[in-house]
Design a protein. Structure first.
Length: 259
């Protein structure tokens, strides 16, 4: 029955979100939130990066209604939009596995010493992800990783350093996705009746939830200290643009034009 599959996926998602909420309530995200707050207080920008479906995490962190204004999303497409690569380079998954792309991306953006990097990758082993994390650390930045510990510990690193994202980061947050990401068996398929076909990937959902927990945690910390959290209003409500533009002006090109 299709409804059984829906119910199974609902359970997989709800269980993980409940666990993440419990982790946050018990202080499990506090170290990451403290790094973010320290960065904001000192004029830093939260630099978010992800490839593949983990780009959704960066979009959840940077430039959205209810999000923190001092944020910026780094994307592989930047090498085409503001770099000199042809658009054809974005086809397939080769660019995210390129171990040299990190330095190319780095030169396209302005980073300040106070900036903190939030990097998401379910596997945590692709060349671009590890490369950006390593470069950030080399330049003296703090790195917060969102990754599947179950998955990353089960696969071989692809970067020449032999490191995983989780090996590099100052703070590691487990997105609780299983190895392979998918969670729900959908039956046997294929001429041989191959078993074990799975659907219902959860890493994008849990990563987005983590991004929001970090955002509201940082905002609440600033508010509790008597400071006004620099949060975006929706551009689709009266006064939204004016509110956002006034705060965005403090950071200029450092936060790009995400919102």
């Amino acid at each position: 029955m299709i409804s059984d599959v829906f119910g199974a996926f609902d359970e997989q998602v709800r269980t993980r979100l409940s666990e993440l909420q419990a982790i946050a309530q018990s202080g499990g995200l506090d170290e990451a939130i403290e790094l973010m707050v320290h960065s904001i207080r000192n004029g830093g920008v939260l630099q978010a990066f992800g490839t593949g479906h983990s780009q959704a995490f960066a979009m959840e962190v940077a430039g959205r209604a209810g999000g923190l204004i001092p944020t910026h999303a780094i994307a592989l497409r930047d090498t085409v939009l503001i770099g000199e690569r042809p658009a054809s380079d974005l086809a397939g998954g080769l660019l995210e596995r390129d171990t040299n792309i990190a330095n190319e991306l780095w030169e396209l953006h302005e980073f300040h010493p106070e900036d903190v990097f939030l990097i998401a990758s379910n596997s945590g082993v692709n060349g671009s992800i590890v490369g950006i994390a390593l470069r950030a650390k080399e330049e003296g930045h703090k790195v917060i990783a969102v990754t599947s510990l179950e998955h990353t510990n089960a696969v071989t690193p692809k970067h020449p350093s032999g490191k995983r994202l989780a090996d590099i980061a100052d703070v590691v947050i487990d997105n609780l996705a299983p190895f392979g990401d998918a969670t729900v068996p959908v039956g046997a398929v294929g001429p041989e009746g191959d078993a074990g076909v799975m659907g219902g990937a959860v890493s994008s959902i849990t990563a987005a939830y983590i991004a929001q927990l970090l955002t509201i945690g940082a905002a609440a910390t600033l508010q509790a200290a008597g400071e006004t959290p620099p949060l975006y209003l929706s551009a689709n409500i009266p006064g939204g643009d004016e509110h956002n533009d006034a705060l965005k002006a403090r950071y200029g090109e450092r936060i790009g034009s995400m919102a």
